[in-house]
Design a binder for this molecule. Structure first.
Ligand code: UDP
Ligand code: MG
Length: 324
């Protein structure tokens, strides 16, 4: 049986580019159906993220004209990550596999073939990874690559140069729906779900029309959200810094006492240096310790699943409920 594929496409104020790219997605899905790679029931699912222009009207028009096109609309703009999430959760009901992709034609849609093939070969998550960034400006490339490095340093596991172009199977989505957090950073969360994963490389192009919605300010916000919603490493850094400063404080205090004994100081200097340097360290350590507890509370409030089972031996089902 061929899998049912849903291509999930977030759209925010995309009236310029949607008429150009939607037919390309339509062609891709019908070509995959004709060649027998995916089921007839596959769809392109557009998610209107509270656009202020004609995006939703365009989506409705496409859905009326072409049976492979369907759409949902969010009540207001909630940002790219939430739009993708809404689409994935909607698609989970009917699809065996989903592929999330931007609507601006930047991600090469021909990688979809390879992603489906990787799924057929046993991968549950296939990450689309940019092979090179020649179309990006030096500034965009530099900031984006530093972004991935910083995330990894801060304890957020992300696939280098992978954004949100990825294939995810139904069972991954089902496990993922138990991740109840509100601040979401999808590319850092899917690696936490686990299961077999692989990568497919593709070239990133320029936008076919319209403007980017991710200026530097938004990219920095995304990086900050990514780190603070997935990691408590920054808190650990405060504790470590506190310990280091305490040690330096003790050294400074010893030095101050020695200088005092030698008599090379003004009155009161040694005691002031001792107090300031040691207290500074102690305060930072204390902040770090309090932070550790807040970090634990924070992680608990996410109430993420504590385990996810990927496979069972065939005889497992038989055992359940058999008591004789
Ligand atoms: N997008 C969205 N909601 C937003 C901002 C963006 O759904 O609030 C969509 C947008 O329509 C596009 C994708 O997210 O399909 C990526 O946005 P964009 O191309 O502007 O970002 P860039 O590729 O420049 O990083
Ligand atoms: Mg884009």
């Amino acid at each position: 049986m061929q899998p049912v594929l849903y291509i999930v496409i977030p759209c925010y104020n995309e009236e310029e580019v949607l008429p150009v790219t939607a037919p390309l997605f339509g062609e891709k899905i019908s070509q995959l159906i004709i060649t027998g790679k995916i089921s007839e029931k596959s769809r392109v699912l557009f998610v209107n993220d509270g656009s202020k222009d004609k995006t939703w009207e365009i989506i409705k028009k496409f859905a009326a004209e072409e049976k492979y096109f369907i759409g949902i609309s969010q009540s207001r703009n909630r940002g790219h990550q939430n739009a993708v999430l809404a689409g994935l959760m909607e698609a989970k009901l009917s699809a065996d596999i989903t592929i999330s992709i931007d609507c601006d034609g930047q991600d090469d849609i021909n990688a979809i073939d390879e992603m489906v093939e990787a799924y057929m070969n046993g991968a549950d998550i296939v990450y689309g990874v940019r092979s090179k960034r020649t179309t990006d400006t030096f500034f965009k490339r530099f900031t984006a690559e530093s972004f991935y490095k910083l995330l990894n340093r801060m304890g957020v596991e992300v696939v280098f140069n992978h954004a949100d172009y990825r294939l995810v199977s139904k069972r991954v989505l089902e496990a993922f729906s138990d991740f109840k957090e509100v601040n979401i950073f999808l590319r850092g969360m899917f690696p936490l779900v686990g299961f077999n994963s692989t990568v497919v490389y593709y070239e990133r192009h320029e936008r076919l029309a319209g403007k980017s919605h991710y200026p530097l300010k938004k990219m920095l916000e995304l990086a900050f959200d990514g780190i603070t919603s997935l990691s408590i490493k920054p808190i650990r850094l405060i504790t470590k810094l506190g310990i280091l400063i305490s040690l330096l404080g003790v050294a400074a205090a010893i030095w101050a006492v020695v200088m005092e004994i030698i008599g090379d100081t003004v009155a009161g200097w040694a005691s002031l240096v001792c107090i300031v340097s040691i207290l500074g360290g102690i305060q930072l350590v204390s902040l770090g310790v309090i932070g550790e507890y807040i970090g634990k509370i924070y992680m608990e409030t996410k109430s993420r699943p504590r385990y996810i089972i990927s496979e069972r031996t065939e005889n497992c089902d038989d055992d359940i409920g058999e008591s004789d």
